[in-house]
Design a protein around this ligand. Structure first.
Ligand code: SF4
Length: 479
């Protein structure tokens, strides 16, 4: 997510560059909302930022406030109706909102919205009747902020302050009405959100790397449990909940850009340190350390530094493979991983190779990589993973899989080694990973590794298609 309040800037283009820097956080849809102080215009579509926006489109978005979003779906289908920013109007103003995270009381909030909306229920005046196709937790949140009880009379700020304490789960939010930019973070601060300063104006972004790219200086992180409002008077901080920080450990492993800093520490430095720990915890006699690019690269550098084994590039990544509208044919799909990665035979042949990757989720990628390296002539393949086994699902904004689909949910490390066909397999320890972040364990969520969930999630609130299932009735629910 990216937001800007900047009277001297072309905020739509600023948001475009901000989203471009954050494309790795979501590739399904992209959108930008802009306000000129009187009217909000939203443009969004399915696809990558560069597919959705071009110069003619950006030139139609005029104003001094912008909210941008690129979506990775964790709740609700990947369809246009669920693209963000979401948009709702009230008699007191309009709301355009971007959300990173995943709520864990969506059905409860949806029931509250239905009961409180004008028309009181499923009638034509209710919040859901106005946008029946949207089925994301974010749409429920947007409806909550525009309920008459909190929002319509007092405006969007009052609606947000009334609604935020009711919301549970992971939410970093950037939103706006016609006059003000807002940024809010859940009390746990699961997902990152930072405030930056322009010469004349302010930006908020999911990661510090986006600040660098638009020429903003880092001011501070949005605090867990804080709502920041930004208008011509500058930023104003409001607290809606006591902070109970539990930032996502997986941001360090995979999600965040290496050139981003979290809690003052560069993600790259953390990943290199994890690689060094991995070498100490799982040494091996080998000839070459190679990364699975890109997210395995820093840890492979750390592994090579600490082990003294030469570092090399053994797998070439096609950077242009993302989600596109072109579905590969069945024949190409069967080649699977080769679309993304191809081995350098000259480098690999005859070598005892240590291949470093960031995580194992289902195991299919690592199985394919080991097979590919053996085909390329590797004498031995030693797999090293810069995170502990991912054994538990995430309900806070990463759509891993169910526990049954996670290979570490059912198999031991030795069984996984056999399953992926490696000569040896080593995961970094949870303590080793946490130590590399420089944060105390108690400030981090690590539930996908140890099953210790900071917020309990009711069985009925689990699943990606809660609102679709509820709308379809019991026959669809649970399918
Ligand atoms: S469960 Fe894992 S991925 Fe999800 S927020 Fe916690 S550490 Fe991050």
């Amino acid at each position: 997510m990216f937001g800007a309040w900047a009277p001297d800037e072309d905020v739509a283009t600023l948001a475009y560059f901000g989203l471009y820097a954050l494309q790795h956080r979501g590739q399904e849809s992209a959108g930008i909302a802009v306000s000129d102080g009187a009217r909000i215009v939203v443009f969004k579509d399915m696809g990558l930022v560069a597919q959705v926006f071009d110069a003619p489109v950006l030139s139609t978005l005029h104003g001094h406030i912008a909210v941008g979003h690129c979506r990775y779906s964790t709740s609700g289908s990947s369809v246009w109706q669920n693209a963000q920013p979401t948009f709702r109007t009230t008699p007191a103003g309009s709301l355009a909102l971007g959300h990173n995270g995943n709520l864990i009381n969506t059905l409860e909030l949806a029931a509250r919205v239905r009961a409180s909306a004008p028309g009181n229920g499923d009638g034509p005046g209710s919040g859901f009747a106005r946008l029946p196709e949207a089925t994301s937790d974010t749409d429920v949140l947007t409806a909550l902020f525009t309920l008459p009880a909190g929002g319509v009379d007092g405006g969007i700020e009052a609606g947000a302050l009334a609604g935020l304490p009711l919301v549970r789960g992971a939410y970093s939010l950037v939103f706006m009405d016609e006059h003000t930019l807002y940024a809010a973070r859940d009390p746990q601060g699961f997902r990152p959100l930072v405030l930056g300063r322009l010469e004349r104006g302010w930006v908020v972004a999911s990661e510090t790397a986006a600040l660098d790219i638009v020429g903003a200086s880092f001011v501070r992180e949005v605090e867990p449990g804080e709502l920041i409002t930004i208008d011509e008077r500058g930023p104003r901080s409001l607290r809606f909940a006591e902070p109970r920080p539990r930032g996502c450990l997986f941001e360090y492993v995979y999600l965040a850009r290496p050139d981003t800093a979290i809690a003052g520490r560069s993600v790259q430095a953390t990943r290199v340190a994890v690689g060094r720990t991995l070498a100490a915890e799982h040494p091996v006699d080998a000839d070459l350390v190679i990364p699975v690019p890109e997210s395995g690269t820093p840890a492979a550098i750390g592994y090579a530094q600490a082990s003294g084994i030469p570092y090399g590039q053994g797998l070439v990544k096609n950077s242009y493979v993302g989600r596109t509208f072109i579905q590969p044919s069945q024949t190409i799909r069967q080649r699977g991983i080769r679309l993304k990665l191809n081995p350098l035979r000259d480098v690999i042949a005859g070598q005892r190779v240590v291949v470093v990757d960031d995580s194992i989720v289902r195991g299919n990628t690592q199985r394919a990589i080991v097979a590919m390296l053996r085909e390329a002539g590797a004498a031995e393949v030693h797999v090293r993973i810069s995170s502990p086994p991912v054994a538990w699902p995430c309900f806070y904004g990463i759509d891993f899989a169910t526990r049954a689909e996670l290979i570490a949910g059912g198999l031991s490390a030795e069984e996984i080694r056999v399953s992926i066909g490696a000569d040896t397999l080593g995961y970094v320890s949870l303590d080793g990973l946490i130590a590399a972040t420089s944060l105390p364990a108690g400030r981090l969520c690590r539930a996908c590794f140890d099953g210790d969930y900071p917020l309990r999630v009711a069985d009925g609130e689990q699943g990606k298609h809660l609102l679709e299932d509820a709308a379809m009735g019991p026959a669809r629910a649970g399918s």
